[in-house]
Design a protein. Structure first.
Length: 133
């Protein structure tokens, strides 16, 4: 099965951009509050270039796997791409973090912010891969 590397790269970049918007101007302050961070504490003791670099690599992996899944369907249109990518996000990713957040006793607001992010990022990646296949 052939991977579509241009689509994978564009999807990973788009996912990275969605994350910047989601955890920046859209939900950055409520996310930090739910995590118990202040702007100062969020910057302490972290290697941001490493975090951003690994995040991009992980987005590449997710986009590549999503592209591979799409390949099992043969010809795929935008509607099917959105249905499959949304199903993966809701059925696997959101439910998995939901279980972790329940046992970790994380706030519901944090779950909603993070779950919403994963749904959106998978829909964006799915749309890009669906259009560029």
């Amino acid at each position: 099965m052939q991977l579509h590397w241009l689509g994978i790269l564009v999807a990973a970049v788009a996912g990275f951009a969605v994350g910047g918007l989601w955890y920046g101007p859209l939900f950055g302050k409520p996310w930090m509050k739910a995590r118990g961070f202040t702007p100062e504490s969020a910057k302490q003791g972290v290697n941001m270039p490493l975090i951003f670099g690994l995040t991009f690599v992980l987005n590449l992996v997710a986009a590549a796997v999503l592209d591979h899944v799409f390949g099992t369907y043969g010809a795929i249109d935008l509607g099917l791409a959105l249905m499959v990518s949304g199903g993966i996000a809701i059925g696997f990713v959101v439910t998995s973090i939901g279980v972790n957040y329940l046992f970790s006793r994380m706030p519901r607001a944090l779950f909603l912010i993070d779950a919403g992010y994963w749904i959106v990022i998978y829909l964006v990646m799915g749309a890009i891969l669906g259009l560029l296949r």
